[in-house]
Design a protein around this ligand. Structure first.
Ligand code: ATP
Length: 137
């Protein structure tokens, strides 16, 4: 039986990862999900969170701001909205995004009906993920 499988992570901009892995973990909208070789077929939507993958004892991680994952016949395909390796994250940009989102959330809670609260909350979640991953690089 195979002990590794192909992981491919694609965003609208590029192929971010295409390599053999032994294990992948992601945050699906139903909770965290770990996938080893020979996993049963599945399709799921992804939440904003970290993607981790392992091969030969080495682990790698990326931020993933939602998308879809399909696993079938020992291949995992992730269609991500955006994905960044920690070293590629612009921390000051993420900090500015956090401050903007927090200001919008505050305004929405103070009754400004022109602010889309859910959109601001998602922007905050992306910014916090990038700050936490980018701050550790
Ligand atoms: P911003 O308001 O700063 O644009 P955002 O969360 O709205 O943040 P996204 O729409 O998720 O941005 O991403 C748009 C593109 O910019 C993607 O290619 C994503 O990888 C990239 N990106 C967003 N924020 C950062 C960051 N802090 N560092 C590096 N790349 C980023």
């Amino acid at each position: 039986m195979a002990t590794s499988y192909l992981l491919e992570v694609v965003t609208p901009e590029r192929v971010v990862v295409k390599q053999e892995v032994e294990f992948t973990s992601v945050r699906s909208t139903e909770g965290s999900l770990g996938i080893m070789a020979n996993h049963a077929p599945l399709v799921t939507t992804l939440d904003i969170g970290l993607l981790r993958f392992e091969k030969d004892g080495a682990a790698d991680e990326m931020t993933l701001t939602g998308g879809f994952l399909e696993f079938a016949e020992n291949k995992a395909t992730i269609l991500g909205n955006a994905a960044e390796r920690p070293g590629d994250i612009d921390v000051s940009r993420a900090e500015a995004a956090r401050q903007r989102a927090e200001k919008r959330i505050e305004e929405a809670k103070n009754g400004n009906a022109e602010i889309d609260l859910m959109r601001a909350e998602l922007a905050l979640k992306r910014a916090l993920l990038r700050l936490s991953a980018g701050g550790r690089k």
